[in-house]
Each structure stands twice: as structure tokens, then as C-alpha cells.
Design a protein around this ligand. Structure first.
Ligand SMILES: O=P(O)(O)O[C@@H]1C[C@H](O)[C@@H](CO)O1
Length: 298
């Protein structure tokens, strides 16, 4: 096991050269040049198992990579093919509440970019705020509310390296509209119309789940779902010019009512992930296959 020094653990950000060294280290050990990068949300790590011809790296062995500390996030980077298309999949992501800097939890997006990834597909588990949503619904993200970012904790804070992207990236087109459309088309074809939604994801720092007043506030502000990830990755992925598609699996209903006996808990989140695993796999696989057939999508 790679031992991290205290100084290495405390590192906030990595330079372009260090990111490049990590990407080159990975590329030296696989013949695959992935165009698609996938991130598995809580309890959705099974998505990585759909890849064929796999080359698997434990995060602890990858230079500069943080390590997963959350149950339901295995901590492996999996290269492989999906219907013949080379992909790389994070079987486990990093969250702010794990104590890493926001720059560190988003480092994998820069590694994706330097590996040659053009399209990032992010998944997460989220609480449903929209009263029409049911547990098990899949929400395609059309926008986000970035609460840590609004409070100054944005992964792009600090010196900007133009080799990654511009100082002031636009976020009004963060979620690729063609990919949202593709998800809707593929979802209809697969018969997922009844549980496929489109909405706004709000990110909070966690790890405590939200209070009732917080959920009511988020709903009033226009959020359809609440979670603790994804948005930081989206900001960094867009900064370095990758196309972004993201979806939330609604694993629980946010508690909005003082009379409710419901209590958010991580076990329910992981269980719902398992229940929808197969449909998620089919949706992502079909989308990736369609990317392959239409050059406009990559
Ligand atoms: O990685 P994601 O966003 O899927 O994980 C969610 C948010 C928390 O990490 C956890 C709460 O159960 O699931």
C-alpha cells in the first residue's frame, strides 16, 4: 500500500505537471484511450462492472489520488470498453465532507481530461425535494444550485492555469443540452418514461442530512433534489472543456414536514442504488452506444 506523508495528505491542489504525470502513469499501463468518463454515485458502483476488458487501479496506488472513505464508494479506477467504446469509470468519488480540499476531490476530472476524455457522465444519489418525485426516479440534471460555491468554496479558487481553462468559465451551459435530449430519447425507447425526470440539483457540504427548514428553503429556491457531490466535478469538467451529463437517482424523499416519521439514512440510499442498478446500467450503456454512432456527440 502506498504510504502518504502528512505533507502529501495536507496538499490542497496539484499542478498541471503533477496531473499530467498521474495521467501518463495510468496511460502507460493500459492500451485504452477513453473518450468517456463515468463517475459512480453512492451505491452505484456496479456501473463499473458493465465494462469489458477491464484494467483496474486501486486509488491508493495512483500517484496523487485521494482515497475513498465512504461506504458504497469502492475506491477503484476502472478502464474498459462499453460496446466497444473505451471508457474510464470512477468506482467511488470524493466528497467535501471527507475532509479533502475541494480542489483535491475534483482532481479526477483533470486527470480525465488529460487521459483524453471528452464526455463526462456523472451519477449521484440524492434526496427528492420535488413533491412529484418518487424514490427510484432518475432525474437528469438540467442545472444546479452550488451552495458551497455561492459561499466561496469553488474548486477553481486559487491561481488559474490557462492550460486547463479560462479564469471565468461560463456555467449557464454546464449541462449539455444534446446529452439531456439523448437521455430523454433513450429513456423513452427503454420504457423508462414513468420514472425519468429532469430537474435542478442542489449541493450542500454534508455529511449531516438536511433539516426540514433547509429542505423547504431549497424547494422554494427551485431545487428538485438535494445531494452532497457532483457540482464541484461539473465545474472543473466544464472549466477544462469536457461535455457533461449528470443524473441523480432519487434514493429517498427529503423530509419536508414536521409530522413525518421518515428519517434520511445512508443505508436506504445504498439500497435504492441496488434496486435501480440494472436500469441505470442500461441507460448509460445505451447513451454511450449512441455517442459512438453520432460524431456530433463526442
Ligand atoms: O456520491 P453521492 O453524491 O452519490 O453520495 C450521496 C451523498 C452522500 O455522500 C451520501 C449520502 O447517503 O450519498
Amino acid at each position: 500500500m502506498r504510504r502518504l506523508s502528512a505533507a502529501e495528505r495536507a496538499r490542497i491542489r496539484y499542478t498541471y505537471e503533477e496531473c499530467k504525470a498521474t495521467a501518463d502513469w495510468l496511460l502507460k499501463q493500459t492500451d485504452l484511450c477513453p473518450l468517456v468518463g463515468i463517475v459512480c454515485g453512492s451505491g452505484m458502483g456496479g456501473l463499473a462492472d458493465m465494462l469489458k476488458d477491464r484494467v483496474v487501479f486501486n486509488y491508493k496506488d495512483i500517484p496523487n489520488f485521494p482515497q475513498s472513505t465512504v461506504h458504497g464508494h469502492a475506491g477503484r479506477l476502472v478502464f474498459g470498453t462499453l460496446k466497444g467504446r473505451a471508457c474510464v469509470c470512477m468506482q467511488g468519488r470524493f466528497h467535501l465532507y471527507e475532509g479533502y480540499s475541494i480542489q483535491k476531490i475534483t482532481l479526477p476530472m483533470r486527470i480525465f481530461k488529460l487521459l483524453g476524455v471528452q464526455t463526462v457522465m456523472l451519477t449521484n444519489a440524492a434526496g427528492g425535494l420535488n413533491q412529484d418525485y418518487k424514490v427510484g426516479d432518475i432525474m437528469v440534471l438540467k442545472d444546479h444550485l452550488n451552495f458551497p460555491g455561492l459561499a466561496g468554496n469553488n474548486p477553481l479558487v486559487g491561481p488559474n492555469d490557462e492550460r486547463f481553462g479560462v479564469r471565468f468559465p461560463c456555467m449557464s451551459d454546464a449541462y449539455d443540452r444534446e446529452l439531456q435530449q439523448l437521455a430523454a430519447e433513450v429513456g423513452q425507447e427503454l420504457g423508462f418514461g414513468d420514472f425519468l425526470r429532469e430537474g435542478v440539483y442542489s449541493v450542500l457540504g454534508g455529511p449531516s442530512f438536511e433539516t426540514i427548514a433547509e429542505c423547504r428553503m431549497l424547494s422554494i429556491l427551485g431545487a428538485d433534489a438535494v445531494g452532497m457531490s457532483t457540482v464541484h466535478e461539473v465545474v472543473v469538467a466544464r472549466h477544462c472543456g469536457m461535455r457533461v451529463f449528470a443524473l441523480s437517482l432519487i434514493t429517498n424523499r427529503a423530509v419536508m414536514d414536521y409530522d413525518s416519521a421518515e428519517r434520511a439514512n445512508h443505508e436506504e440510499v445504498l439500497e435504492t442504488g441496488k434496486l435501480r442498478a440494472e436500469q441505470l446500467e442500461r441507460l448509460i450503456t445505451a447513451m454511450v452506444t449512441r455517442l459512438e454512432h453520432n460524431n456530433n456527440y463526442v
